[in-house]
Design a binder for this molecule. Sequence first.
Ligand SMILES: Cc1cc2nc3c(=O)[nH]c(=O)nc-3n(C[C@H](O)[C@H](O)[C@H](O)COP(=O)(O)O)c2cc1C
Length: 211
Amino acid sequence: MHNILRIDSSSRLNGSHSRELGDYLETRWKSVQPDIQFTRRDLAKEPVEQIRQDTITGFYTPADAMTDELGAATALSDKLIHELQTAGTLLITTPIYNFGIPASLKAWIDQIVRIGHTFSFDGTNFSGLAKPETAIVCAAYGASGYEDGGPFRAANFLEPYLDFILKFLGMPTVHFISVQATTADTAAVEAGTAQAKMDIDALIARIEAGR
Ligand SMILES: Cc1cc2nc3c(=O)[nH]c(=O)nc-3n(C[C@H](O)[C@H](O)[C@H](O)COP(=O)(O)O)c2cc1C
């Protein structure tokens, strides 16, 4: 059984282009691989709280020294990490907000990036401990020009950040599927969405062929 953890982060529950790509990917993948299982976490419907002082204290407290209070402060992190560590693939759908990822997604990342659980440090080197081998990011950009060589490439803090942090956590393969210019005219949005959906079909075919 192939488990996919899907994280949705657009604040828009309706009319979201990143969610539309996630829905398309989910439907298409299920159609070619009926055994596939999606677990969904919606960061707009159920926001993940920011890490607090006691959360951080709990992160750095050895298991034999944990108190009930610290256990409660890290319970959400435990749950989110469990969801991640029981998945074979991580799917993130995300908008670009103010040239980076939404705060909802950053809050989730801050809860799951945890020493001894999803990464380790031996005093010299960091190692990723995340179980999913593959991450797929479906991203929506209001403007265009974020691709390599594009005029907005330097302002794209979404893709380089997610590529780095997901690899840091030990996911060696990170795929990006993007739709740009979502605030442009209808024809441009339709063309961009159609291309992104073709990219999703091609990606699923590649992944399934390599399985
Ligand atoms: C608060 C906010 C900030 C945004 N910042 C950017 C931005 O920095 N660059 C950009 O290209 N589009 C920006 N946009 C446009 C969104 O990225 C675009 O509408 C995208 O389609 C949103 O994703 P969604 O369709 O999945 O909701 C912003 C939109 C909002 C609401």
